[in-house]
Design a protein. Structure first.
Ligand SMILES: Nc1ncnc2c1ncn2[C@@H]1O[C@H](COP(=O)(O)OP(=O)(O)O)[C@@H](O)[C@H]1O
Ligand SMILES: [Mg+2]
Length: 226
């Protein structure tokens, strides 16, 4: 069963009274362990697609299934629980909390979900991204690439079914970008987490399994990487 499935999805926003169609008849599915890159120029709908896949929002028409469950018609509390249990997010600007250490940032989602004794899990995830020795550092004491590795550890701390990454290397130098891409590739391969990543980098897209090109809210091309 696909981890994420879109069927004929339309997403419209209203902007100053006019409807903006951000996604137009998008059908897509992502399998466990599949690493998909979403490419296309700014404004083509990448972030909108990630938000729908992550139950941050729901479609205007069509359906979005996350791990088999439709997000349409769900109450906020139900959308929140899908996000907490099934989805991890990584952002271009990391979004770590500056007043918390790396380990505290990573364990926060588990604490918010009401779990106790979460430090061990946080340290295991930091080990996976090779940041365990930086567990006690604050974000301002880390490089961009190191902050993104901590953010990835946080995004997978609850073993989500899908990891959504919105331009995760958009703010990194090429060496850090390569480290982050290698990590994401390893997470998909070793944990069977599906990854959906928006990127402007064709080099990064080349190490994913599938490249989906969006144009004006529509899928222009979906191709398997050789
Ligand atoms: N909250 C919103 N309200 C109104 N329009 C929006 C909103 N979010 C996105 N859009 C519009 O939807 C389209 C797709 O945006 P987005 O998904 O952010 O594209 P991308 O991430 O590829 O740059 C754009 O035309 C954008 O202006
Ligand atoms: Mg975007």
């Amino acid at each position: 069963m696909p981890v994420v499935r879109f069927d004929s999805v339309v997403k419209e926003y209203s902007s100053q009274g006019a409807a903006v169609r951000a996604l137009d008849d998008v059908s897509l599915s992502v399998e466990p362990g599949e690493f998909v890159s979403l490419v296309g120029r700014s404004g083509c709908g990448k972030t909108t697609l990630l938000n729908l896949a992550g139950a941050m929002d729901f479609p205007t028409s069509g359906s979005v299934l996350v791990d088999g469950q439709s997000t349409t018609g769900l109450a906020d509390a139900q959308l929140t629980s899908i996000r907490r249990e099934k989805v991890g997010f990584v952002f271009q600007f990391f979004q770590l909390l500056p007043t918390l250490t790396a380990a505290e940032n990573v364990e926060l989602p588990l604490q918010l979900a009401g779990q106790a004794k979460v430090r061990q899990t946080a340290l295991e995830r930091l080990r996976l991204v090779e940041m365990e020795s930086f567990a006690g550092r604050y974000p301002h004491q880390l490089s961009g690439g190191q902050m993104q590795r901590v953010a990835i550890a946080r995004a997978i701390v609850h073993s989500p079914r899908i990891l959504l990454a919105d331009e995760p290397i958009g703010n990194l130098d090429s060496t850090s970008a390569e480290v982050v891409m290698t990590l994401l590739r390893r997470i998909a391969d070793e944990t069977q987490t599906a990854i959906l990543m928006a990127t402007h980098s064709l080099e990064a897209a080349a190490i994913t399994d599938t490249i989906v090109t969006l144009r004006d809210g529509r899928i222009a091309e979906r191709r398997a990487v050789a």
